[in-house]
Write a protein that binds this ligand. Structure first.
Ligand SMILES: Cc1ncc(COP(=O)(O)O)c(C=O)c1O
Length: 362
């Protein structure tokens, strides 16, 4: 693998020299390039961009996404939606079913703030007593087999149970793109929605929005638009990560989030231990093509073999001794960012901290 991220590593190491590791660092010029690229891809493809802000949970990055032309944001939790509303977002889709009295109460409070709001569901029962003005984005299962009705007839039958005037549109998330060929997942994503919309429209049901979204399938935005899709919701693209690189969706130089760690032991010549573990770089998911739990910048032959809570066991030959520091690009950026109260921004002016305000589950 060609490692062209030496600039990021040097800046991250310099900015954190006096800090205790592990510490999460964002290269802001790389982040900005990722934001601009996705905004251009969406615009050129004729799709609205509604990025999934669960990746960063940061008001600053949310505002930059909106300034780059996003029509609104996608959120996973009520907490995220509240934080991004506070940050100025006026149009939020909560891509999670609103189940339980506490979530309903918070949803009603959000709706009372005059936002344009939609929620996800695949069960018409959940649309009963939705706060006034909150629309429904119906979830179609196009291959992930998580939430969602099957495309076509099953979706048409289920959507027919919604109260009149609630449906904004259909959405799907091709999370299977992390496990199957990306082009196939992209096709499943937009074909499943297009087929379902055609079926509903044949029954006289108006379907406004058709929303797809995952970073690995984003490259097929133009094909999706040609198939009738109106909106895309990629999330991970802002930071990139080792999973995206292993899938071929982004390059190593597109990775904007790294964790600076210190070598704390070298028990064997080809085994050393870093002070970053699952409490600073997430072990949530790793695609099959990725060997190890991320990349060590500048050391393409090292493999992060194992993670414990505060230890990363790294195998391979490298000129690294106890006390040396390295920058790790995690396998999954979203769950890694969620582990840190703040991210240290470098690369554009003086280093500064940006808080990860919407982290956690409160
Ligand atoms: C509903 C939904 N939409 C969009 C996304 C964004 O996908 P990615 O993180 O691959 O960009 C996700 C990711 O989990 C999701 O669950």
């Amino acid at each position: 693998m060609l490692d062209t991220s030496a600039g990021f590593a040097a800046q991250a190491l310099a900015a954190t020299a006096d800090l205790t590791t592990p510490v999460a660092v964002v290269e802001e010029t790389v982040l900005e390039r990722n934001l601009a690229r996705m905004a251009t891809l969406a615009r050129d493809s004729g799709l609205k961009l509604r990025p999934h802000a669960k990746t960063h949970k940061s008001p600053f990055i949310a505002r930059r996404q909106l300034e780059h032309g996003a029509v609104g944001l996608t959120a996973a939790t009520l907490h995220e939606a509240e934080v991004f509303a506070d940050a100025g977002a006026g149009d939020i889709f909560i891509a999670h079913p609103p189940v339980g009295a506490a979530k309903r109460r918070r949803l009603a409070e959000l709706a009372g703030r005059g936002l344009r709001l939609a929620v996800a569901m695949d069960d018409a029962e959940l649309a009963r007593d939705l706060p006034a003005g909150v629309e429904v984005m119906w979830e179609v299962d196009t291959g992930l087999h998580r939430v969602g009705t099957a495309p076509g007839e099953a979706t048409a039958r289920a959507v027919a149970g919604l109260p009149e005037g609630r449906l904004r549109g259909l959405f799907t998330h091709a999370g299977q793109s992390y496990a199957v060929e990306r082009a196939l997942a992209a096709r499943q994503e937009w074909e499943g929605l297009a087929e379902s919309a055609a079926r509903l429209r044949a029954d006289g049901i108006e379907v406004g929005e058709l929303s797809v979204g995952s970073s690995p399938t984003a490259a097929w935005a133009a094909e999706a638009a040609a198939g009738g899709i109106t909106e895309m919701r990629p999330g991970t693209y802002v930071f990139g990560d080792a999973n995206q690189v292993a899938l071929g969706a982004q390059q190593l130089e597109d990775c904007a989030l790294g964790v600076v760690a210190t070598v704390v032991a070298t028990p064997e010549r080809e085994r050393r231990v870093l002070d970053c573990g699952t409490k600073s770089i997430s072990a949530d998911s790793r695609v099959q093509a990725l060997a190890g739990w991320g990349f060590v910048l500048g050391h393409p032959d090292l493999r992060i073999e194992r993670l414990n809570e505060e230890h990363a066991v790294v195998l391979g030959e490298a000129d690294l001794k106890v006390g040396d520091r390295v920058v790790v690009i995690p396998s999954h950026a979203c769950t890694s960012a969620n582990l840190h109260p703040a991210l240290l921004f470098v690369g554009a002016g003086e280093p500064r901290w940006e808080p990860v305000v919407a982290r956690g589950w409160n």
